[in-house]
Design a protein around this ligand. Sequence first.
Ligand code: PAF
Length: 283
Amino acid sequence: MKVVHTVEELRDQLRGQNRTAFVPTMGNLHDGHLALMKMAHQYGDPVVASIFVNRLQFGPNEDFDKYPRTLEQDIDKLQRQNHVYVLFAPNERELYPEPQNYRVNPPHDLGDILEGEFRPGFFVGVSTVVLKLFSCVQPKVAVFGKKDYQQLMIVRNMCRQFALPTEIVPHETVRETDGLAMSSRNRYLNEAERQEAPRMARLLNRVRERIRGGEHDLAGIEHDAQRELAAAGWQVDYISVRRQRDLKAPDAGQVQAGEPLVVLAAARLGATRLIDNLEIQSS
Ligand code: PAF
């Protein structure tokens, strides 16, 4: 695997390639990331991964400074897995050489809801860096995890709006054996919090079972789930059932037959903010 730090070196490595598969990351790689690399390997060749902790997507009170930066261990993991041909690990000057004037603004009805409501500017930061990384790598396909469900939708939407020639391939959320969705932020959890953390996934499963079981009152279902998380000591940002196609609430807050849904959650456990979601095929 080649490790490159500049756009010029990256372009040198990729000259003449037109089937590149790309996995953008912020590093601190875990098995979830490695699963994305494996999938990328099935969809294109060569596989390019990036590691860049993107300041633009962190709010002023978020964890940019303490976000784990583990480049040596990450390189080691990728080398052992042997799917990635080039790792692009630029510094901030390389990726944002000029004062950061240009921004990609996702549409409000997609970018300012759910995560966007609680993390203002987050999806502007994500969209801007993803567009920039796509412009550097020029991938034919790019793999994104479904754990960041709204991010996946926004990146897809951006590709459509800007007619980018990159196909976005989703990967199922990779989970620990107790159901906790893998995330670099899980490492912030202390032992007691780590024991408690799978409750979120269990609750999402319960929401799904209730809907599949024929319950229609989404507000009641969401309320029960929020109450249970709060009672267990979580600070809940949202637990919300939305339509898969546009992340809007289903009409009149009722399950419509056949409408594919997704339940999304974000809550803080101690100082750590966790997100998760589960797709639901209503009958
Ligand atoms: O999902 C992430 O790790 C980041 O949001 C991404 C897509 C690498 C952009 O910084």
